[in-house]
Design a binder for this molecule. Structure first.
Ligand code: ADP
Length: 351
């Protein structure tokens, strides 16, 4: 499925003629690109006036199996690139497996599920290519320092030590990037999967606190936990733990030695609000949106180790589970991260 998300807006703003012209141009690019990649038995189609262009790949490969995801993505990429080139507009794309050969049955649902899958695939691709790019920097730096030490036998012990310390620091940073990458790859981020599960919030809070306790103790910080027992939230248990650990880990990392971190959960009609407070430097108003971006670090973060991945993961998890996350000033003086999750009836089975 390929979709021009701006089609309707253009039709509305510029009128019917502009929309028809855009549709003609898109159709021409679509037909031309599809013509070069489709095989006997495949079909391409478009309903006049709609913003969706569809390809149905039916022809079995030589082994008589359905087309592979790699082939499907290649076809989509090619058609999307041809359309973007012609009409200079963003194209959404994605694919799904049809359960019936009559494409009109469940059409709306199939289009939505294909585009949702496409968006998730792009998100993953962007995430991994961003991490891949980030990994190159520490690797280059480590190699550079080691090669200098191997090549130059005159380096004094102090400089040698400095070089080795830098290489070790960069190796640790690589490790953190890889951790973030694994955390992300282990999560099934499809919205149905995350929100269809449920978990007991109190036990996740307890686990999350146990995970960050050694770091908090190492810095003489007090970890306070308060919550209503028996709250069941609509989220996968692992994803919930991941979200809580990321927030608590940050509160401990950015809070002052001897400070306080407080995590609290309360129910409010059909949602549960979890807040993580600290008495650290807080987050400047102008950064409160941007810090949730992938690889974005705050202005004051330079003195702490980090990669700018943790909050992006928190946001993704919360939103996939149908919830939200935002940051504000904490009554403790630092940052308050507030996550809203959907509440499930307590009789629902939860782990
Ligand atoms: P990282 O901590 O690795 O930099 P995150 O995505 O977890 O990445 O956080 C993004 C940025 O948000 C951090 O760089 C920091 O500037 C800011 N931040 C997150 N949590 C806190 C907090 N509790 N107190 C102050 N700043 C925070």
């Amino acid at each position: 499925m390929l979709r021009l998300p701006e089609f309707e807006r253009i039709a509305w703003r510029k009128g019917k003629r502009a929309a028809q012209r855009l549709e003609r141009l898109t159709m021409a690019a679509f037909v031309q690109s599809a013509g070069t990649v489709l095989r006997v038995g495949d079909v391409s189609g478009h309903d006049p006036g709609s913003d969706v262009f569809a390809i149905v790949m039916t022809s079995p490969s030589r082994e008589c199996r359905a087309p592979s995801p790699v082939d499907i993505r290649a076809v989509l990429e090619r058609a999307a690139a041809a359309i973007t080139l012609r009409v200079e507009l963003r194209v959404e794309s994605g694919w799904t497996i049809l359960t019936t050969l009559d494409p009109r049955e469940n059409m709306e649902r199939d289009i939505a599920s294909a585009l949702e899958r496409g968006a998730r695939e792009r998100e993953r691709y962007e995430f991994f290519s961003a991490i891949g790019h980030e990994l190159r920097t520490p690797l280059t730096s480590i190699r550079g320092y080691l090669e200098t030490l191997l090549d130059d036998h005159q380096t004094d012990p102090q400089t040698t030590r400095r070089f080795l310390e830098t290489a070790r620091r960069e190796a640790l940073r690589m490790g953190r990037l890889l951790d973030g990458m694994f955390e992300f790859s282990l999560l099934d981020l499809s919205s149905e999967a995350l929100a269809a599960q449920s978990c007991d919030l109190e036990s996740r809070l307890l686990q999350a606190c146990e995970i960050v306790r050694p770091q908090a103790q190492g810095r003489n910080m007090r970890l306070e936990r308060d919550g209503v027992a028996g709250l069941i939230v609509a989220i996968d248990p692992d994803a919930c733990l991941q979200l809580l650990v990321n927030l608590l880990d940050n509160a401990v990392k950015y809070g002052p030695d001897g400070g306080v971190v407080r995590v609290e959960a309360r129910a409010q009609s059909d949602v549960v609000i979890v807040s993580v407070d600290d008495d650290g430097p807080g987050i400047a108003v102008q950064e409160r949106e941007s810090i949730f971006g992938l690889r974005v670090r705050g202005a004051g973060a330079a003195t702490r180790p980090g990669t700018g991945i943790g909050l992006a993961i928190v946001k993704m998890i919360a939103e996939r589970a149908g919830g939200t996350v935002r940051v504000m000033e904490s009554p403790l003086g630092g940052a308050r991260f507030e996550v809203t999750l959907l509440r499930k009836a307590s009789e629902a089975r939860a782990s």
